[in-house]
Structure formats: C-alpha cells, structure tokens
Design a binder for this molecule. Structure first.
Ligand SMILES: *[C@@H]1O[C@H](CO)[C@@H](O)[C@H](O)[C@H]1NC(C)=O
Ligand SMILES: *[C@@H]1O[C@H](CO)[C@@H](O)[C@H](O)[C@H]1NC(C)=O
Ligand SMILES: *[C@@H]1O[C@H](CO)[C@@H](O)[C@H](O)[C@H]1NC(C)=O
Ligand SMILES: *[C@@H]1O[C@H](CO)[C@@H](O)[C@H](O)[C@H]1NC(C)=O
Length: 961
C-alpha cells in the first residue's frame, strides 16, 4: 500500500567486490500487498538471479526489481550478481512478507485460508514461514497427528496433499522448526468435494404409511447436491391438509448442500390419504421420491400362517407354530392358548414375537413333544381396534396300546388306543406259543374298527371283535399298528374255526345252508330265549340322571368315563383266600403291592367275574367300576381302590373289611350274647331262649322264632361272667390283634346305633350322588377296622340262586323281603324305596341278625300283607326311638318316609344321649307283653317251631313283576 520509501545509499563503494542491493539490509520486512522496489547496482551490469520478468515481479535493465503487491509466496532470498562475472561475490537480501492479521508474524498467509479441493486433485495447505530462521523442516498434522503419505512440502507454496480423497477433509496444522524451536500454526480446514455427486432425494422409513384418523403424520425428505443451486418441494393430494417447512443443513466439510423438507399433518383425516411426492430440481435434473399415506377409519388385525393347521408329529420331536400378524396398530396383547384334551387342561404362553412394520410374526416353540402337548393351539392377538385368533390342531403320534383283550366266550375283543387310529390284525399261533411272534397265520386284518371313544386329534380308542368257535386250543394274538408303532397282546383260547368277517361269513352261510336257515334260526331263537332266562350279573346301583315324580331316568353306566388313574398292574396283586363266591364271580382277598404309595403293601378285596362270564356281565362289572369311580370316596361305603381292566379279565379292587358282612358279624356277636346294660328280665329271657345253646354248644345256633319263654336272670349272669373271663389283649401289645380285639369286644347298644348311623350316613352320601342302591341289607354292609360299617354290593359274589333272600321274580331274583311295596309291585326303585330297605336293615341290626319276617313265606299272602301296610314288630334290642324310625321307613306312601339325612339326625340324637349317660346305664327297651317277644306277630304262620333261619322256599313262590 502506497509507494515504499526506498533508501538508496548515495555513496557507491568503488572497487567493492560485489554489487550492492538497496535497501542495504539482510532482511527486508514488508507487509503483504505492499509494493516493493529493490535496486541492485555496482561497477558492472547486474542481474537478479533466477527472477523471471512477469506481472507480479518486474525487473528492469537498470537493476531495479519491482514487486507491485507483495505476497506470501514472494518471500525468500533475492540475489543479485554481476553479469558474466561468476568469480565475483553475489549479493543476497531476504524479503519477509508479514501478514498484518497474524500476530506472531511467524506464518504468512495462513489466516482466511479455506482450501477446497475436488476429489482426486492436489490440495495445498499454504504453510509459509515469514521468519528467515526457518530451517525448512515442516510437518503436517491432521487432528494433531503427523500425516506422511501423499504429502510433500514446497518452501514457496507450503504443504501439498496429493490426490485428495473425501476422507482427507478435516482440520490440519503445520508444525515448523524455526531457529531450533517448533512452532505450530493455527488450524486450517480442508474441504473436499465431489463434482460427480448427483442430485439426491431421500425419504427415510417406509414407502407405505398407515395412520388411524386423528393420528399425526410427519415425514421428512432430504435433497442433496454439490451446488447450492437446487430446489425441493412436496407434492401431495389436493385434499390433504398438510404443511411443510424447509431447513438447510450444515453439511460440514462435505462441500455439498442439503435441505430437509419436513411435511407435517397434526391429525390425519381420510382425505389426507394419497401419494406424497418429494421433488428435487437442479439445472436440468428432476428427482422425486414418493410414499403413500393410507388413513384408516379403524385399525385392523389379520392372522395367517404358512403352515398346515393340522400338524402331526412324532413323540419327542420339536414343533414350531408360526403365525403372521398383519395389523395396524401393532398388537398389544397376544397369546397362545393350549386346550389340552389329554389330560384335560389349559395353558397360556406368549410365544416369540417379532415386530415388523405392519407385519409381525409370532412363533410358538414346542420342544420334546409328548401326548399332553397334543390338542388345540389357539393364537390370539388384539391391538385394541380388532382381534383375531387362529387354530392349530396338533397331534402327537401315540403308538398303539392294547388296553384290553378279553375272551367273551364266542368272541375275542381287542381294545386299543393310539393315534393315528391304529388298525388291528389278528394272528393265530399253535397253543404252545405264548407270545405274538413272527410266524402266525393272519386271521383277520381289521382296518374298520369300531370307535369306542375319541378325543379328536389326540387319541382314539377302538375295538375289534373276532368271532371264534371253540374246539382246539390256539394262541390268538391281537396286533395293533399305526404309523407310530405297534403293540400286541395274546390270549390262549380254545378255538377251531375263526370267523373273521361277519358279512363274508354270513354270505357263505346263506350259500351253503340256505335251506336249513329256518331251522337254524329257530335254534338260535330258542338258545337266545334260554340265555335270557338265565339270570345274569347286573349292577344294582343306579344313578339318576333326571326324574319326573317317580319316573327316574338312569344314567347308562357304560357311558360313564373310566379314568385310567385307577388302573393298577395285575402283577402287583397277590391273591389270597376267597371271601365270597357266587353265580357270577367271586371276591378274593388279595395283597396289593404299591397301591397308592409306591412301597405300600395293602390288604384289599378283589372282585372278579367267573371266567365264563358273558359280555354283558363283563360290561356290568365295568359299569360297576365306573359307578364306583363316579361316586367317589366316603367313609361308609366300600371304596374303590383300583382296577385292572387291561390285558385280562376285569378286576375291581376295593377296600378290605376284615370283619366280613354285618349280618354274620351280628350273628356271631349274638353267640356271645352280650348286650350290656339290658337288664329287663323279659329281654334277657327272650335272649336266652334264642341263644342259650350257642355258648354252650360253641356252634352256630339255629334260631327258633317261636314258642319262646323267658329264662332266668342267673343264666345271663353266668354267661356274662364267661365272656368277662376272656382275656382282652391290652392296647398296642400286638399290632396284628386288631381283628381279634374287635372280635372279642362285646357289642352294646351304642355299637348298634353306630352301625345304624354309619349306614344311614353312607346312604345319605349315595343319595346325594343320586345313587340308588336297590339291595340295601345287612348282608351288603361290611364291617371294617374300628367297627366301621361300609355299604357295598356283594351281589357278584352271592349265590343268589341258592340264597333264599332272593326270590325269583320275573327274570330276576329279588330280595323281596327288603323291598318297598312300590318296588315289588311296580318295579319302582327310588331313594325312598332304599329308605324302606334301610328300615328292614335296622330291624336286622336290632335283632342281631335275624331274618326279617321270621318264618314268613313269600307268597301272595305276604304280598297282600305288605300291600295292606303290615310290618314287623319291634326287634328285641331296639329302643323305642329306633323302632319309630323303622316304622317311619315302612310308610306305604314313599314320600312320607324320612330321608337318610333326617334318619342320621335322629340316630345321632340317641347316640349323644347315650354318650351323656356314659352308655352303660341304659334302660331296657320296654316290651308290651312279657312273653310275646315274637316281633312278627302279624303273620299267622310266623311261629312255626323249629323253622330254619332261611325259611323261604325256592320252588313255589316265584313272583313276577
Ligand atoms: C520487463 O518488462 C517490462 C514491462 O513489460 C519492460 O518494460 C522491461 O523492459 C522488461 N525487462 C527486460 C529485461 O526485458
Ligand atoms: C530504471 O528504469 C525504470 C523504467 O525505465 C525507471 O522507472 C527507473 O526510475 C530507473 N531507475 C533508476 C535508478 O534510474
Ligand atoms: C411432527 O412435526 C411437528 C412439526 O414439525 C413437530 O412439532 C412434532 O413434534 C413432530 N412430531 C413427531 C412425532 O415427530
Ligand atoms: C419374523 O419377523 C422378524 C422381524 O420382523 C423377521 O426378521 C423374520 O424374518 C420374520 N420371519 C419370517 C419367517 O418372516
């Protein structure tokens, strides 16, 4: 700025060896932009060495060097010499250009420098040092770390970075050594730009947007270009109520330009739906990107799956169930519900959810599948706006299991469960074979089995029936197979001719014996008739399903479920003595190992049918089993403990009652003749008459029901002393002695009331379960440990053909003397008719086990008397209150009879009264007549002398219902 004052020395040193430069200095400091004139002169013509004449630096012949505008890169040494006199000295001047904005004057031209370089070219960082003390040692730092590659230093220019890349942009510093000290420049920003960068328009996120009415919608579009000469805008449906704003972005060092165009709808409406396009324009370029907005009136949720919704897997495999959920908004609740059919139950899990944009998926992982995992799986999802569910049926293949192979005399029945439904093949082996081997002869391949029960997709129970005719012994094998495996079971059977397929066979029959069919039919009818005549085992107990007045509809017990939990392994039963045997079967004492608890050893009673039992009877026993399991447990019934229904005849395992049935128990007690506290003479007398012989003869007495006289008190006392002399085992001395102890203990009124009460309680329970007993009698009450009476039905093991208590009536043998009139005459059985029978049972108890209506034959006369309302007199040991209960039970009008729970209450009162009196101090029930202790005085023929205790004739008093 302004011409500089050039100092020219006036005197020229003559004879000087070198030319002189004016100003005559070592260092000339000039400010950047100033003009500089240097004059070199001497005795000879001079030249400025290495200086090119140009516009920024001019040299003249008269030795003048002119610098119109000093710049940083003009810094340095300027040398002047005589032309063509190389032997003479050269004169040097350092021109230091200083930057007025650079305070320390070390660096020149570094301020206001923003180098910007296109990708691929060389970038210059003008690190020039104004100080002549600079040694030429210069280092470039990027982010404070030295940069070595693609870098070179030029003293007149600065640091070069060759072939810059976009990544080279950033902050640089120069570090220089000046007079032994390192100095560092301030930071210089290097920008690198890419002229190849096109115009870009980007919208982040989805291409398709969903919104519910009222939700906000924000979307942003970015337009980017290397020049700032571009434009952007939103184009959207005319109906849409959108607004948008523009925001330029600081793009840093990228040397490109970007702008965000943000579109915003605070609450969308249906008319906002449509295509939203962001358009970018630069020069001739047009770039656009579109998204759609769909405004929904209501959210939606749809479920789908790629899988088959019926899935079958093998045991212990893994299965994944996957569901796709197309939904907006995304589901807030979701779950898998498993309806287990076996064992029945329900469980809920959430599965593994993966949320996507509008499509989500959920996977349920089922590992190590077992039978319990089969059943229905429902996936349910809800997003607050809509919900849906999808069902899967999962079946775990269960290999067949033969649950029962039974011999029904002319047929073999094989029952099998499994999934998928198995089919059954019947094989025949020689009789000595006792397993289902390989070389059997196929008798029947039954693939159309009868379905007994099924839980869809889970398990199915089927049965196959093989018709056989008995002659030779064979081993017959039932072989069940499905895709999961097979099972087999065999039975030794006397068989000659196997008739497999009924249809084929009957065709044969028709062909072969067409003419004789009529005769055969007659035979069959005759046989069927005979067969029907024969009494069959049937369950007495009935369960009421519904009732209208006296018309009960009974549950078909075969339809009741049988729970496999009762199943007990046959081999864990060790049979003992027979407790009872009858026309249909027997009851055997047995020891059960591992019943209930694993290491338990329990004495049980096992009911079974005769091996010749008919199918119906098998079914009847099965029904009995089902009824018992249906009824449940009660202290005063003989409870079901288990059953064996598979692989052999049906066995029903019940509680064992060591004292046998109540009837015989009472009769045995009667032998000992101790009714403590009964002191009235007449009672004693009548008792003596009945029982005198018993203790003397030590054998069972045949009671005479007539012509009794009162005996002396002495006899009684004598007897009592005998009983008293029997040593009582002390408590706890012998664990096995319970039986004996109870046996030895004498009965008293309290015990009899207890029995009555317990039976009434058991009956209350049965009645509460809508169960009718139909054969309530002392013979069907068992006595368990602790003198607990338990109701049972011993019908199976009773020889009713030879038991005179059962009178043939129609096709059946009926316990007529225990039956209510409506049962006898109208075949009506109700809870009230059980109450009648209970009255008879009370009479049995309080007569210590005498037969009801002693000496009375069941004939028309008997029936007439019953019809007319006659009933038995008070038994010997019954208090008045008990006899009142009996007569109430024998009301002709069933509805006037008390209920079992009322009876319980009445008896309980008496028990409480006795307890109060310490039940020793009991007064003798009063008798109206001194000698007339015969209770059945209404009956003419009741006093036949010497009549046996079972006076009913078998032959002449059949009655029909
Ligand atoms: C240098 O250039 C100037 C102006 O263009 C001119 O006047 C002068 O004569 C030149 N000097 C030499 C040595 O060529
Ligand atoms: C040298 O020549 C230039 C241009 O002709 C002139 O401007 C300058 O004054 C001269 N200098 C001297 C010292 O003569
Ligand atoms: C949508 O944009 C508007 C205006 O730009 C802003 O106020 C609001 O917070 C944005 N909402 C969302 C969810 O980004
Ligand atoms: C399930 O969703 C997740 C997340 O959206 C995704 O990564 C995965 O691929 C989806 N699975 C299938 C089978 O589509």
């Amino acid at each position: 700025m302004g011409p500089i004052l050039v100092l020219i020395a006036a005197a020229i040193w003559q004879g000087s060896a070198s030319p002189t430069i004016y100003p005559n200095l070592d260092i000339l400091r000039v400010k950047k932009g100033d003009s500089v004139t240097l004059l070199c002169s001497g005795k000879f013509p001079v030249e400025w060495i290495g200086i090119q004449n140009g516009s920024t630096l001019m040299v003249y012949d008269n030795g003048t060097l002119y610098m119109p505008k000093a710049s940083c890169n003009q810094m340095g040494n300027y040398q002047c010499a005589y032309i063509n006199k190389p032997e003479e000295e050269i004169r040097t001047l350092y021109v230091a250009v200083t930057d007025p904005t650079d305070p320390d004057l070390v660096w020149c031209g570094l301020s206001d420098v923003y180098p910007s370089v296109e990708k691929g070219r060389d970038a210059l960082i003008p690190c020039l040092i104004a100080d002549p003390g600079f040694t030429g040692n210069m280092i470039l730092l990027k982010d404070s770390s030295p940069v070595h590659s693609r870098v070179s230093f030029s003293p007149k220019e600065g640091m070069w970075i060759h072939k810059v890349e976009l990544s080279d942009k950033g902050f640089y510093e120069c570090k220089a050594q000046v007079q032994g000290k390192w100095v560092i420049s301030h930071r210089i920003i290097l920008s690198v730009y890419d002229n190849d960068q096109p115009l870009t328009v980007t919208i982040g996120g989805l291409a398709n947007h969903l919104r519910l009415q009222g939700e906000p919608f924000n979307i942003s579009c970015r337009v980017q270009y290397h020049s700032h000469e571009y434009n952007g805008k939103w184009i959207y449906p005319l109906t849409a109520n959108a607004s948008w704003n523009i925001m330029d972005l600081d793009t840093g060092l990228s040397q490109s330009y970007a702008t965000d165009y943000s579109l915003f709808i605070p609450a969308v409406q249906l008319q906002d739906s449509g295509i939203y396009t962001c358009l970018g324009e630069a020069a001739q370029l047009h770039v656009n990107v579109s998204v759609t907005l769909q405004v929904l009136e209501k959210g939606y949720l749809h479920l789908s799956t790629l899988q088959n919704r019926i899935q079958e897997t093998n045991m212990h495999q893994n299965l994944n169930l996957q569901v796709f959920i197309d939904a907006y908004p995304r589901p807030s609740t979701y779950r898998w519900i498993h309806h287990q059919d076996f064992p029945s139950g329900k469980s809920t899990v959430s599965g593994d959810m993966s949320f996507g944009n509008h499509r989500h998926n959920n996977t349920l992982r089922l590992n190590w599948m077992e039978e319990k995992d089969s059943g229905e799986y429902i996936f349910f999802a809800d997003n607050g706006e809509a919900n849906a569910s999808i069902h899967f049926h999962v079946s775990v293949k269960i290999k067949p299991k033969i649950t029962m192979l039974t011999n029904l005399s002319s047929r073999l029945q094989c029952e099998v469960t499994g999934y998928p439904p198995p089919h059954i093949q019947w094989y025949k082996f020689p009789s000595h074979v006792d397993r289902c081997g390989q070389y059997g002869a196929l008798i029947l391949n039954d693939s159309h089995l009868e379905i007994m029960s099924k839980i869809p997709f889970v398990r199915v129970s089927l049965k196959s029936v093989l018709k056989v005719e008995t002659e030779d012994s064979e081993t017959i094998c039932c072989f069940a197979v499905n895709s999961a495996g097979n099972d087999s079971s065999f039975i030794k059977f006397s068989v000659d001719k196997i008739i497999g397929n009924e249809n084929e066979n009957s065709k044969l029959l028709y062909a072969g014996f067409g003419g004789t069919m009529g005769f055969l039919l007659l035979c069959i009818i005759f046989l069927v008739y005979k067969y029907k005549q024969k009494p069959k085992y049937q369950v007495h107990w009935k369960i009421i399903e519904a009732c209208e007045g006296n018309n009960y509809i009974f549950i078909d017990p075969t339809q009741l479920p049988y729970n496999e939990k009762w199943e007990f392994p046959r081999n864990n039963l060790q049979f003992g003595k027979i407790l009872g045997a009858g026309a249909f079967g027997k009851v055997i004492e047995a020891t059960a190992f591992g019943l209930g608890k694993e290491d338990s050893v329990l004495k049980v009673a096992v009911k079974m049918l005769k091996s010749t039992a008919h199918t119906d009877e098998q079914e009847a026993l099965m029904s009995e089993l089902k009824i018992m399991s249906h009824l449940g447990h009660h202290e005063n019934i003989v409870n079901l403990l288990g059953a064996c229904t598979h692989g052999g005849p049906v066995l029903v395992i019940t509680e064992y009652c060591p004292f046998g049935d109540l009837l015989n128990f009472l009769r045995e007690k009667a032998e000992h003749l101790i009714i403590e506290g009964l002191t009235l003479e007449c009672t004693l007398d009548s008792m003596m008459a009945d029982y005198k012989n018993i203790y003397l003869g030590k054998k069972y007495v045949q009671r005479s029901d007539s012509g009794l006289g009162c005996q002396s008190v002495d006899s009684y006392l004598e007897m009592k002393s005998i009983i008293a002399s029997v040593p009582m085992p002390s408590q706890g001395t012998n664990l096995v002695s319970t039986e004996g102890k109870e046996d030895l203990r004498s009965l008293d009124l309290f015990d009899l009331l207890q029995f009555s009460n317990q039976v009434a309680q058991g009956m209350t329970f049965l009645a509460s379960k809508n169960c009718i007993h139909r054969d309530l009698a002392a013979r069907n009450v068992l006595v368990a440990d602790g003198l607990v009476a338990k109701i049972c039905d011993f019908g199976l093991a009773r020889d009713i053909v030879n038991d005179s208590n059962y009178v043939v009536k129609g096709n059946a043998r009926l316990p007529v003397k225990w039956m209510a009139p409506e049962s006898i005459f109208e075949c009506v059985y109700t809870v009230q008719s059980d109450v009648w029978s209970y009255g008879i049972l009370l009479w049995e108890i309080f007569s210590l086990g005498r037969s009801p209506y002693p000496g009375v034959k069941v004939n028309n006369k008997f029936y007439n008397l019953v019809k007319e309302g006659y009933h038995m007199g008070k038994p010997d040991f019954a208090p008045d209150d008990m006899y009142n209960i009996m007569t109430a039970c024998w009301k002709l009008e069933p509805t006037q009879r008390p209920t079992f729970s009322e009876i319980c209450t009445l008896i309980q009162k008496q028990l409480d009264a006795i307890k109060e009196q310490d039940y020793k101090n009991l007064s003798c029930p009063r008798e109206e007549e001194d000698s007339g202790c015969e209770p059945a005085s209404y009956f003419d023929e009741s006093c036949e002398s010497g009549e046996v205790e079972q006076p009913l004739l078998n032959s002449n008093n059949y009655q029909f219902c």
